[in-house]
Design a protein around this ligand. Structure first.
Ligand code: NZQ
Ligand code: ZN
Length: 389
């Protein structure tokens, strides 16, 4: 570990089958007005909405609602929610749903008392909030993003076709508490479950494929990756396996809650490529990542050879004897590709609706970061998108 760092994560987690009961401990800490935020209706169909509302009523809360928060929440929807939140002068925003709902709640939380346009302030200028931030609590129903324990909030501007994530530096943006009940994830459709699994895995890769020093963070990352691969195979065969689903939920929370990025630089280029695709296609987040990953990793492999060799041997159990470094590294990516196929992930952009003539425009809105093994040029970005078609 040669980097200097600070680590603080103030989100309190309640995990397990009875964890919703702990909402009873949390609600008295906040004022009477609660804004309940949720998605397109899954929580009404599986009973979570009724269970949450009953607890809110027991505590005498005055509840207002923003419903129909869509996957990849839009700026327009943010403006709509802002109106409701301001009119009801809320004390707590309770997000019940997946990453989209949790992200949306955080974006609202920093915008309600902001007198500037939130898109301009947070997503164009990337400023930190200078106003009061409304506390957020989450009841998580979809596993993948880690939004339940971080300060990220991704919003899509449909007008400019930009999907942009702001990971706020302020700890006050992180959820005050999150309730993680693996049973709540059992009603997820298979394709959402596997998209979430790849999202977890890729969050770990984004922090692993960078730096050259001997870092404890990388060893933790390897353990998490092995756990995700193991549990994903069980959950893929039997989605009702509680043990596997609970392990996935726990790994998802740790993947992007900043622990495994401590002391090192991070890459996040797969997310930048995937998010640019998301802005154009509105495709499922995890699938945009899986569709560009193999082309990207094969492209940067020569620049991060040692880490790719380590990935192959430590994560995928590739036997190194008698092989060149390049062969070992490529076998690691091949093992990853086979696992991705096993899960049924999208492995090309065409099935997500991307056409060859869209590639240049998607490249125009791709944010380029330089914490990984290679800073991509415009030509390389276009090449990776084309190879992913
Ligand atoms: O809207 P409803 O009806 O609830 O249906 C949702 C939605 O259609 C459904 N769903 C969720 N829980 C369910 C369920 N269906 C049945 N049973 C359940 N228990 O699943 C669909 C997808 O939900 P969504 O919240 O969109 O998925 P996810 O958790 O993958 O969130 C994706 C968003 O998070 C952002 C992504 O960019 C995307 O906008 N991310 C946030 C990050 C962060 N905060 O750190 C990092 C990630 O990399 C990611 O960028
Ligand atoms: Zn992600």
């Amino acid at each position: 570990m040669i980097g200097n760092f600070t680590y603080c994560n103030p989100t309190k987690l309640y995990f397990g089958k009875d964890s919703l009961d702990r909402l009873n401990d949390e609600l008295p800490k906040y004022g009477p007005r609660v804004l309940l935020v949720y998605g397109g209706g899954s929580i009404k169909r599986n009973g979570i909405y009724d269970a949450v509302l009953m607890i809110l009523r027991d505590h005498g809360k005055v509840v207002s609602e923003v419903s129909c928060v869509m996957p990849n929440p839009t700026l327009e929807k943010l403006y709509e929610g802002l109106k409701v939140a301001r009119e009801s002068n809320v004390d707590l925003i309770l997000a019940v749903g997946g990453g989209s709902v949790c992200d949306y709640a955080k974006a609202l939380a920093v915008s309600v008392h902001c007198d500037e346009d939130p898109w301009e302030k947070y997503y164009v200028r990337f400023e930190e909030p200078s106003c009061r931030i409304i506390p957020v609590g989450c009841v998580l129903t979809m596993v993948g993003t880690g939004s339940e324990m971080n300060a990220g909030a991704v919003i899509t501007n449909q007008e400019t076709k930009q999907k942009i994530g702001h990971v706020f530096a302020s700890e006050d943006v992180m959820p005050r508490f999150s309730i993680l009940n693996p049973l709540y994830t059992m009603t997820l459709p298979h394709h959402q479950m596997v998209a979430g699994i790849y999202d977890i895995f890729n969050h770990i890769c984004e922090q692993y494929f960078s730096g050259e020093d001997d870092s404890t963070s990388d060893y933790i990352a390897e353990g998490l990756m092995r756990s995700v691969i193991h549990s994903s195979r069980i959950a893929n065969e039997n989605p009702n396996d509680y043990e596997a689903r609970s392990n996935l939920m726990w790994a998802a929370t740790w993947a992007p809650n900043t622990l495994i990025s401590r002391g090192k630089s991070t890459d996040w280029m797969v997310h930048m490529l995937g998010q640019a695709v998301g802005g154009y296609t509105n495709a499922t987040h995890g699938m945009t990542l899986s569709a560009v990953s193999l082309a990207y990793y094969r492209h940067i492999l020569p620049y991060g050879m040692k880490k790719f060799v380590r990935f192959a041997t430590q994560v995928w159990d590739v036997r190194p004897e008698g092989k060149t470094e390049e062969k070992i590294a490529l076998e690691g990516l091949e093992a990853m590709e086979n696992w991705m196929k096993e899960l049924g992930l999208s492995l090309n952009l065409t099935e997500l609706g991307v056409k060859r003539d869209m590639v240049e425009k998607i490249a125009d809105v791709t944010i380029v970061l330089d914490g990984g093994y290679k800073r991509l040029s415009r030509e390389e970005i276009v090449q990776i998108y084309k190879e992913s078609l």
